[in-house]
Design a protein around this ligand. Sequence first.
Ligand code: C2E
Ligand code: CA
Ligand code: CA
Ligand code: CA
Length: 284
Amino acid sequence: AKSAGGNRFELADAEADARAITRHGLTTALPAALERGEFFIEYQPIVRLDDGSVRGAEALVRWLHPQHGVLGPDRFIPLAEHTGLIVPLGRWVLEQSVRQARAWRERFAQPRPLRINVNLSPVQLSHPGLVQDTVEILEREGVGPEALCLEVTESALIGADDDLLKPLRQLSEMGVDIALDDFGTGYSNLANLRRLPLNILKLDRSFTQGMQQFPADPVDLKIVEGIVTMAHSLDLAVTVEGVETSAQADQLRILGCDTAQGWYYARPGPPERLHELALADAGG
Ligand code: C2E
Ligand code: CA
Ligand code: CA
Ligand code: CA
């Protein structure tokens, strides 16, 4: 047993080493990867719970690494934040996403235009060029601010001072929607939310996980019900993440959540997939 344990530790060490090497390798490869166009974006639809129509989509970045294949954002976003490459990478994601939003707008006419949600790293938030870059991208692509939603995590805004909130306020006043991402994983309270320029609360997947069964745990239901009531009283729409089953979707709709996102509707995918969904929706 002892030698088996020893082997396990050796294996664990080897894996840790490999990971550290990869981490270092990935970090140094990031700038060239951006230049060579190795990043791409998948879009996950966001659906209205009342009628099932497509509200828009969230842009989720991936890296097609020449040796390691497709890497998810959890593998490289922290590295890009650490080196500052997240600023040009984030700008690229924003630009691609806004361009995609324009393409969707051209295909799916009013009155229900699709909105694109883009994740914003706290590093981008404190970068002085954020507001101007965003304005320029929207103008260049001819897309109105109401077609864009920027998602900021709760943890990025915890204890945020006015300097950090100022760009968000400016963007919000321009008409860009601001979503509080991963809500419920941090320590936000009502007082905290009131001082933030928010339009949307994105309820973290951990809440939806408690609703796999029908009926869900009554305590889970009460908690979500309370959050929805609070959000609506603050004029915030509620989007739920990680909806994987129809039981979850039904219960979240009954609780008054506005929009939802998750594998039950669609996994993140190429932009054409959203075309299909939105078209199906227009036809039905
Ligand atoms: P997030 O913003 O919370 O994005 C939602 C994550 O949940 C995505 O993971 C998505 O693929 C996954 N997901 C969606 N529906 C379901 C479901 O029904 N079940 C389960 N189990 N998972 C689901 P992904 O694509 O790996 O992204 C991870 C995180 O990386 C994102 O979390 C976001 O924080 C970050 N990220 C992604 N793209 C960008 C970006 O362009 N910029 C920045 N700064 N961060 C990004
Ligand atoms: Ca997000
Ligand atoms: Ca989230
Ligand atoms: Ca998350």
